[in-house]
Design a protein around this ligand. Structure first.
Ligand code: PLP
Length: 388
């Protein structure tokens, strides 16, 4: 076998996103022990920086060892006990996955469903909360990466509080790309992943729990079914006592700390505006070419991930294959109901920049060919990019 030498791809799929050079550098720093004073400092700093991106004061704010799905599973297994009623919003793949995880915890799952590509109306949550007895937990995906919908959270959070239920939010594709506002939205449990808008390699899943969620965890009747994801034990290692539970992935934690430092330097508000701005440029370019976004309402479009309908007569898989082979650009195909009829184009974290938009549009135009009826999208995108 030869030495591995992967190409430098432009990662414009649903994740992972491109990694900043400073994060790569952090990954190659010397390993220390997981109880080394230097590493304990890294842990404390990451907790502080994570509270900033989550927009929370929550004490229990830490990265879980594992990808975004590990964060999802951590949230469910720690607060849900067999027989608990759980209301889950489903408008894409990740809402479905939450139902699967909750069912494996023995929950009685009530789905609040709308067609893929739409946001969920809070009134539907209210209807589900109104019937069927006490609800332990209300869960929703803020950034549905399978559809490109940005789900408004405020009213659902208020309903969860009104009905004395915990509020759980999947922020895997939103954290670091759009505001999550854990405290302002009344979120009790929130998880994310490093490889989307935080622009780290996949491998850690930042989570945060409110005091309310922690007290539910502490008053459990049964043991947490997962030993590895038991927050009671993990929180001791990340807290005062530093009791060994499992060896922290040292390099990944270095990487996360550096990625969070980059976010702090940029400022959250500028970072959110940057994601929004570059999506607008991308959509202007696509529309000029005659391609239409799946999500019609502008305010429901998820800035880090755009879903776009595939023009008639185009072999979508062949285009993705050519983008990768000829231009080193990765985009995503559609999932579920969008399989074969939509592309998923990510502009997450470090990837969200003018160069990505222009390179992608130019490459896509080449792949699609330029018949007379399909004008170039480059000028339209450039016009948006030039807006301050
Ligand atoms: C990517 C993603 C996940 C799962 O994260 P993995 O890192 O693939 O485990 C969960 N929820 C959403 C919304 C995602 O986009």
């Amino acid at each position: 076998m030869n030495e591995l030498n992967p190409p430098e791809r432009l990662l414009m799929g649903p994740g992972p996103s491109n990694v900043h050079p400073r994060v790569y550098k952090a990954l190659s720093a010397p390993i220390v022990g997981h109880l080394d004073p230097i590493f304990l400092e890294v842990m404390e700093q990451s907790k502080t920086l994570l509270r900033e991106v989550f927009e929370t004061e929550n004490e229990l704010t830490i990265p879980i060892s594992g990808t975004g799905s590990a964060g999802m599973e951590t949230c469910f297994v720690n607060v849900v006990e067999p027989g608990d009623r759980v209301v889950i919003g489903v408008n894409g793949v990740f809402g479905q996955r939450m139902c699967d995880v909750a069912e494996r915890c023995g929950a009685q799952v009530e789905r609040v469903e709308v067609p893929w590509g739409q946001a969920i109306d809070p009134a539907q949550f209210e209807a589900a909360l109104n019937t069927g007895g006490k609800t332990k937990l209300v869960a929703v995906v803020q950034a549905e990466t399978s559809t490109g919908v940005l789900q408004p959270l405020q009213e659902i959070g208020a309903l969860a509080r009104e009905y004395d239920s915990l509020f759980l939010v999947d922020a895997v594709t939103s954290l670091g790309g759009v505001s999550v506002g854990v405290d302002a939205m009344g979120i009790d449990l929130c998880y994310s992943g490093t490889q989307k808008c935080l622009s780290c390699p996949p491998g850690l899943s930042p989570i945060t729990l409110s005091d309310q969620a922690v007290s539910v965890l502490q008053s459990r009747q049964s043991k947490v079914q997962s030993w590895y994801l038991d927050l009671g034990m993990i929180a001791q290692y990340w807290g005062e006592t530093r009791v060994y539970h499992h060896t922290a992935p040292i390099s990944m934690n270095y990487a996360l700390r550096e990625a969070l430092r980059l976010i702090q330097e940029e400022g959250l508000t500028s970072r959110w505006a940057r994601h929004r701005h570059h999506q607008e440029a991308l959509i202007a370019g696509l529309q000029a070419m005659g391609l239409e976004p799946v999500v019609e309402a502008t305010q429901l479009r998820l800035p880090p991930l755009t879903t776009v309908r595939i023009p008639g007569g185009v072999d979508e898989a062949a285009v993705r294959k050519q983008l990768l082979a000829q231009f080193d650009i990765e985009i995503g195909g559609g999932l579920g109901v969008f399989q074969g009829n939509a592309w998923r184009i990510g502009l997450m974290g470090h990837t969200s920049k003018p160069k990505s938009v222009i390179q992608f549009l130019a490459a896509l135009e080449t792949c699609l060919g330029t018949p007379r009826e399909r004008p170039s999208g480059l000028a339209a995108a450039q016009q948006v990019l030039e807006r301050a």
